[in-house]
Design a protein around this ligand. Structure first.
Ligand code: SAH
Length: 349
């Protein structure tokens, strides 16, 4: 069986040429898949029953079925655990902002990167998501909530730049005027620092926003937290970001998760400020969201503010992230892990 939803219009038209149908049918089918976001051939009401039956035999539509759904009582955040065609699970979070709805999507089933504060990596890596599966998270959430999503952040389970080709294909599908037609300016790709792929992304010339999970100003601290740093160290990573900002004229953001006694002292802030100075950069300070097994402690509010102040006073744009969906464990990776362990309800709101 072939995944029909990961094909672009040109590929779909070439694929369907083997059937005895008019050419415009491929356009109709493409719109059903990407604009309407249907998960079954039966819903394609302007396609004949016979042709739908033929399609059903040869192709499948990689869907996202809602397995669990949590709605925050504190804000409008909704978190989903989706089941995929092969019984694997991924998570997505929909957040409401003044400018509209943003979805945080997963890019892989699990993660190989092994960051020591993150839940996504705990249940192990299974496979890459197909372009259609990344897109189907948006379709499933939009349909369920009756909304239109305008912004995407690739900060769910997985490392997007470790599933590079599928992510690039997903971006072209999601940006297509016959599909969801989401502007690439409203898409953020978050990476733990797969440096060669950051250079590849610059070459694509796409107007996406790059966010880098930095979390430490030097190799000593960062290598302890993030194994990827042993391959591409802090200075190599920041150089790539400088080039990204220069070549694309787009601001690069750094995520900096603050963990008490690990990376939140004055020295860290000073070192970070010195390394980022003079570029189109932004730092997002995030108090660590403790994952039970990890034992990381959230920095004190006072220390977070001091850290921000040091960056700001040295000309570095820095904000403290507002936590949405606090009551539903909105950071990703935890539901899938629980589900795999067979006690999925522990995190219920
Ligand atoms: N692999 C990508 C995207 C997934 S993680 C990346 O590393 O950027 C999305 C963001 O959430 C990253 O900045 C990650 O470091 C952060 N994160 C993961 N676990 C966290 C936790 N327990 N508390 C706070 N932030 C966390």
């Amino acid at each position: 069986m072939t995944d029909i939803k990961s094909l672009n219009l040109q590929e779909l038209t070439a694929e369907l040429a083997q059937f005895d149908v008019q050419k415009f049918r491929s356009h109709q089918i493409y719109k059903w898949l990407h604009c309407n976001g249907v998960f079954s051939f039966d819903e394609m009401s302007n396609i004949s029953k016979e042709f739908r039956a033929q399609l059903e035999k040869e192709y499948y539509i990689p869907h996202c079925i809602i397995e669990e759904k949590y709605e925050s009582q504190l804000d409008d955040t909704v978190k989903y655990l989706f089941r995929l065609y092969d019984g694997e699970y991924v998570e997505s979070v929909v957040m409401k902002y003044k400018y509209g709805y943003t979805i945080c999507v997963s890019s892989q089933v699990g993660c190989k990167m092994g960051c020591n504060f993150c839940a996504s990596t705990l249940a192990g890596f299974k496979r890459n998501l197909l372009p259609a599966e990344i897109e189907s998270q948006i379709h499933a959430a939009q349909k369920d909530l009756g909304i239109r999503i305008s912004h995407i952040v690739m900060m769910g389970i997985g490392e997007p730049l470790d599933n590079y080709d599928n992510v690039i294909k997903f971006l072209s599908l999601v940006n297509d005027k016959d599909g969801l037609y989401i502007s690439l300016r409203d898409v953020t790709i978050s990476t733990c620092g797969v440096v060669p792929r950051i250079y590849d992304l610059m070459d694509e010339g796409l107007p996406v926003t790059l966010t880098v999970s930095l979390h430490a100003p030097n190799d000593d601290i960062r290598s302890d937290m993030m194994p990827v740093n042993n391959k591409w160290g802090v200075d190599t990573l920041i150089s790539a970001c400088k080039e990204y900002a220069n070549r694309t004229s787009r601001r690069v953001s750094f995520e900096y998760t603050l963990i008490k006694g690990v990376n939140d002292n004055r020295q860290c802030a000073l070192e970070l400020a010195a390394k980022l100075k003079g570029y189109l950069f932004h730092v997002n300070l995030i108090p660590v969201n403790d994952v039970a097994e990890r034992g990381n402690v959230r920095s004190d509010d006072e220390d977070i503010r001091k850290f921000q102040q040091i960056l700001k006073s040295r000309g570095i744009n820095a904000t403290i992230r507002r936590t949405l969906g606090k009551d539903i464990n909105a950071s990703c990776g935890q539901l899938r892990r629980k589900r795999n362990e067979g006690d999925s309800n522990e995190n219920c709101c």
